[in-house]
Design a protein around this ligand. Structure first.
Ligand SMILES: [Zn+2]
Length: 301
């Protein structure tokens, strides 16, 4: 049976139809603008329009679909929360969209879709197809995470399953938009690293420039910023390893392109592991921008 997936972003909505759960050949794939500035109802209409376009292109009619969203559907209140497309927060998004589409949908936040796609189609599948537990982390402008067990996303009672970005890491991260202090995101997200660099050097630099300076070895502030990243990444991810002990951790997002994470970052993590050695397999994500929409389709497959 074909699988339909929608990846709802703040600026674009992408939709895909895959042949089946076992054959992920793409039947149709389309993108349209979200036009989020026109409000919540308009976003719902845009999703319906995209489904109609996919239907017209493929000649297929969906009976369900999976959708990845910024933010999480609270399982108890059935309303969306923590979305950076703020007009969606507090809205019964799943119920409203089902009413417009006329069929049931499955919904998960975008980090969970990323983890699911990398587990079932991407890096984890390539390296260990029978992995029981895969943890996906996105380290970019924010930090997110998703937990996949036996090929299924663990959403959790509050919808916060795998939300690695907002567990406590270090006071030095300062206040977080989420209301807590020292969240993982405030310490190791790209903007947090740039902020730290500026705070000690008095200079602005992009993450790329900081990494370049670190590699050139001529900027003590870049050294300090990257050394702190590796230490903090090790501390933060060790918590995940000690609690759920995943077979594989797949990492995506701009910060995950820093190669040192896969050597010195892992060495830092091993200092905090409740074991004599660290066997967890760390992999770079392989599906790129496609992970969101493929993972959404996998929610119903
Ligand atoms: Zn936070």
């Amino acid at each position: 049976m074909p699988l339909w997936g929608i990846d709802l972003g703040g600026t674009k909505i992408e939709g895909v139809i895959l042949e089946s759960a076992n054959d992920t050949k793409v039947i149709s794939r389309l993108r349209i603008d979200t036009e989020a500035d026109q409000g919540y109802e308009h976003i719902l209409d845009r999703i319906v329009l995209l489904v109609q376009k996919l239907s017209a292109e493929s000649g297929l009619t969906p009976t369900t679909l999976g959708i990845g969203t910024p933010g999480t559907l609270d399982p108890i209140t059935q309303t969306l929360k923590n979305s950076n497309t703020t007009c969606m927060n507090g809205k019964p998004f799943k119920k409203d969209l089902e009413a417009k589409l006329g069929f049931p949908i499955a919904l998960a936040n975008d980090a969970n879709c990323f983890a699911l796609a990398e587990a079932r189609l991407g890096a984890a599948k390539r390296v260990m197809p029978d992995a029981e537990v895969v943890f996906g982390v996105i380290m970019g402008t924010g930090v997110g995470g998703g937990l996949v067990v036996h090929g299924k996303v663990i959403n959790g009672r509050q919808g916060n399953g795998g939300e690695w970005g907002h567990i406590f890491l270090d006071e030095s991260g300062g206040p977080c938009y989420c209301g807590q202090t020292g969240c993982v995101e405030t310490v190791i997200a790209g903007p947090s690293l740039q902020r730290y660099y500026e705070s000690i050097s008095g200079k602005k630099a992009t993450l790329k420039e900081i990494v370049k300076s670190y590699e050139a070895g001529n900027d003590p502030y870049a050294q300090a910023t990257i050394k702190r990243l590796l230490e903090m990444f090790g501390k933060g991810i060790s918590v995940i390893i000690n609690i759920i002990d995943p077979d594989i951790i797949v990492m995506g997002g701009g910060v995950s392109n820093i190669d040192l994470l896969y050597t010195e970052g892992i060495a830092e993590a091993s200092k905090h592991i409740f074991n004599t050695k660290l066997d967890t397999i760390f992999l770079k994500a392989e599906l790129g921008d496609s992970a969101g929409v493929f993972g959404a389709a996998m929610l119903v497959g």
